[in-house]
Design a binder for this molecule. Structure first.
Ligand code: BES
Ligand code: MN
Ligand code: ZN
Length: 495
């Protein structure tokens, strides 16, 4: 897809499809007025006939026009003028793209942003446009032998802005937007693959091929023997019952002086979570192929960072394995020793995410990181607490939490700051080891975060529980690409 920014008026610019808006009560946007003057008032007539009420999301396509160099005009309802903000802008764009995908248009220009939009500047508009186009064109790597969805015909998309100054801003927004959607697509491709394709070795191979594509990206993969030498008894206890070899994947990107402390991203890479000996019930278990979404988001964020060549140092750490039951599998009550030296009583083998993350967090210390952020589909309890809209955000540093929360808001990939603390940590007491890997049912997302916090002494650390946000179930089952937008926005805004 090629994106461009234009300052020409709709009545003068050649295109396969001009996208203009009408507010409620039949109020034409300035762009619609301008165009309508050349095409014989077709838009005004449409409104007058009552065929377009101006409700946000309504769309009517006009063709066979003369007077302006446009093949088609897509007229969109934008709702109330003063209520038209970023959320409505996103919604309107999504329905424009849905309507557009049913036409043969190869290129299009959106004039929706020519009017002032309350909370959207030209930079943000461009990012939203790129994200909307990418979302409408994403195709999952499916394994269907027939009924393939046709390839989109749209190959070029323009964004009209009011001034030269806005043009520069919008172009920057396009560059950032393209990196974000590229990262999201990588995440979604990985997470959507079934677990018999996307194994730990597959993730390792993908990481290596990414390093081939980008000279500035280094990748190292540690095998189980190397992890054992490092003392990662907790990580390895999870892979014990699987025939697939585990992989510990490390990305390094140095965009600043080597002496500058890096940001470390740690992603949970359980390529399939059966629960292990604490076996999960069958309903919906297929969705546990998405249990490597944290890992996939690290892949996506790393790709965006190298694509943008950000002036930062960023390290990505992905402990990858399966959680399976077999004769060698870890059993409830088994005690394992983590890389930190602390011992853990594994009371529930289904609480495996924290067991692999704690060793990855300990490993991150060798980088003397500025911050460590882990991403994980860690608990069903987080989905109960926050549903599918916001990720759970936990941190031992309120300032870091605030920065991540703000990044999520800017990127429309929101997270909610949740508590941690000694009171909650109490639930993890064990009679036989330094800690148990589970507390009770209550506050399950919080006790999971408190478990991780036991490995973060002296680190600035945050944890995003993305169990509810990283993928969708139901008819549109699949990876959402979240939290790549939040992560990239955070990195873009790092001072
Ligand atoms: N991968 C799951 C968490 C999960 C559940 C993600 C549902 C997405 C949807 C995790 O490994 C897990 O099984 N957690 C347990 C923890 C419990 C045993 C303390 C859970 O949430 O039930
Ligand atoms: Mn589990
Ligand atoms: Zn899991």
């Amino acid at each position: 897809m090629e994106f461009f920014v234009s300052t020409a008026s709709p009545s003068r610019q050649r295109t396969d499809c001009a996208i203009v808006g009408v507010y409620d009560k039949g109020v034409l946007s300035a762009a619609a007025e301008d165009l309508d003057a050349r095409i014989g008032g077709r838009i005004a007539k449409l409104v007058k006939r009552g065929d377009l009420r101006g409700k946000t999301g309504d769309a009517v396509l006009l063709a066979d026009l003369s007077g302006a160099p446009v093949e088609r005009v897509l007229v969109l309802g934008l709702g109330n003028r003063s209520a038209f903000k970023r959320k409505q802008y996103r919604k309107a764009l999504a329905s424009a793209l849905a309507a557009l995908s049913k036409t043969g248009a190869r290129d299009a220009i959106s004039y929706l942003g020519l009017d002032e939009i309350g909370d959207v500047d030209a930079y943000t508009q461009a990012r939203v446009v790129v994200e909307a186009v990418a979302a409408s064109q994403y195709r999952t790597p499916d394994h269907k032998t027939s009924n393939k969805r046709p390839k989109p015909t749209l190959v070029k998309f323009g964004l009209a802005v009011a001034s030269r100054g806005d043009k520069g801003q919008a172009e920057r927004g396009i560059t950032h937007g393209e990196a974000i959607v590229g990262g999201m697509a990588l995440m979604r491709d990985l997470a959507n693959q079934p677990a018999n394709v996307c194994t730990p070795s597959y993730l390792a191979r993908t990481a290596k091929s990414l390093a081939k594509d980008y000279k500035k990206l280094n990748v190292r993969v540690l095998n189980e023997a190397e992890c054992k030498r490092l003392g990662m008894g907790s990580f390895l206890s999870v892979t014990e019952g699987s025939d697939e070899p585990a992989a510990f994947i490390v990305f390094e990107y140095y965009g600043a002086e080597r002496s500058q402390a890096p940001t470390v991203l740690v992603g949970k890479g359980v390529t399939f979570d059966t629960g292990g000996i604490s076996l999960k019930p069958p309903a919906g278990m297929d969705e546990m192929k998405f249990d490597m979404s944290g890992a996939a988001s690290v892949f996506g964020a790393m790709k965006a960072v190298v694509e943008l060549e950000l002036p930062l140092n960023v390290v990505g750490i992905v402990p990858a394995c399966e959680n399976m039951p077999n004769g060698r599998a870890t059993k409830p009550g088994d005690i394992v020793k983590s890389m930190s030296g602390q011992t853990i009583e594994v009371l529930n083998t289904d609480a495996e995410g924290r067991l692999i993350l704690c060793d990855a967090i300990t490993y991150s210390r060798r980088y003397k990181p500025e911050v460590v952020i882990d991403l994980a589909t860690l608990t069903g309890a987080c989905v109960i607490a926050l549903g599918n809209h916001l990720s759970g955000l936990f941190s031992n540093d309120d300032e870091l939490a605030a920065e991540l929360k703000a990044a999520g808001e800017r990127a429309d990939d929101r997270a909610w700051h949740m508590p941690i603390g000694e009171e909650y940590g109490e639930a993890l007491k064990s009679n036989f080891a330094d800690m148990a890997n589970v507390g009770g049912r209550e506050g399950g997302a919080i006790t999971a975060a408190c478990f991780l916090a036991k490995f973060t002494d002296g680190l600035r650390w945050a944890h995003l529980d993305i169990a509810g946000t990283a993928y969708q179930g139901g008819a549109n089952k699949g990876s959402t690409g979240r939290p790549v937008p939040l992560l990239v926005d955070y990195l873009l805004n790092k001072k």
